[in-house]
Write a protein of this length. Structure first.
Length: 205
């Protein structure tokens, strides 16, 4: 189109090859259109890049949310499994408390029989065997007594019912046990009722 126009204009100007103002204007318009097209193409590329960048960011955030949800789900599953396991392990806690009271009565019977002057050997042996059976049953379900006398007083395991001066024991040490304490696996089933040494501090040199 442009070459035809130029030929036509050249013919009109007597074949001297001169291009009039209209031809220059046409070339200028065509150049402007080419520049506008190039700018539009560049803007389109930039828009695509921005869109891709935005989609990458959204995908990254979605992946992070998915990972967080997966971690929370895993933690919830582990917590539920732990609670279930603890529920099974400590399901017999109530009955264990009652059984240890039976053991207390057997302990008292043995203590009473040992103090009697009459021959109660047969009775004592029977009660001792019964006590051992009870303790074996408790141990089977994870319950067992713990020693307290001679051990440092622990408020998490001991219940102090008496304080006394006793030079045979260090200060704040259990000197007597009035009632045994029991553990159910790693949990305290019942604290021991004890007497604790409270010896005055010696300030003499």
């Amino acid at each position: 189109m442009v070459s035809l126009s130029r030929k036509y204009l050249a013919a009109r100007n007597g074949g001297n090859g001169l291009i009039n103002v209209d031809e220059k204007e046409t070339d200028k318009n065509e150049a402007g259109q080419d520049q506008v097209g190039a700018e539009a193409s560049q803007e389109g590329k930039q828009d695509c890049q921005e869109l891709l960048k935005k989609r990458d960011q959204e995908l990254k955030e979605a992946q992070e949310r998915t990972l967080r949800l997966a971690a929370e789900l895993d933690n919830t599953r582990k917590r539920l499994e732990r609670e279930k396991s603890e529920g099974i392990s400590y399901a017999n806690e109530s009955i264990m408390r009652q059984l240890v009271e039976v053991v207390d009565n057997l302990d008292r019977a043995i203590e009473h029989g040992e103090k009697e002057e009459e021959n109660c050997t047969g009775l004592l042996e029977g009660v001792k065997m019964t006590l051992k059976t009870f303790l074996d049953v408790l141990a089977k379900f994870g319950a067992a007594p713990f020693e307290s006398v001679g051990v440092a007083f622990d408020p998490n395991r001991h219940e102090a019912v008496l304080q006394e001066e006793n030079p045979d024991y260090p200060d704040m040490t259990v000197t007597k046990e009035f009632q045994k304490g029991y553990m159910l696996r790693e949990r305290l089933l019942r604290p021991a009722r004890v007497a604790v040494a409270r010896n005055p501090i010696n300030t003499t040199c």
